[in-house]
Design a protein. Structure first.
Length: 71
């Protein structure tokens, strides 16, 4: 009887900012764009604050800003 191991694989998520938009892209999928103005905390954030994020079950969480973006 074969042993099957299930492992939740982390998806590589690409997060970029351009022309007032936040782009989120999963592998093999089209990017999803959000206007940064929807997230006031992101509008005035430093590069370090924007770079400090982690993927969650519903989207991403910007740690230093305590801001969630769901997609």
């Amino acid at each position: 009887m074969p042993i099957i191991k299930k492992r939740k694989e982390e998806q590589e998520l690409k997060v970029t900012f351009n022309n007032g938009l936040l782009f989120l892209q999963r592998p093999d999928k089209k990017p999803v764009a959000f206007p940064i103005e929807w997230f006031p905390k992101l509008m005035n954030a430093s590069e370090a604050e924007l770079a400090d994020w982690e993927q969650t079950d519903k989207g991403i969480h910007f740690n230093q800003l305590d801001e969630d973006v769901s997609f």
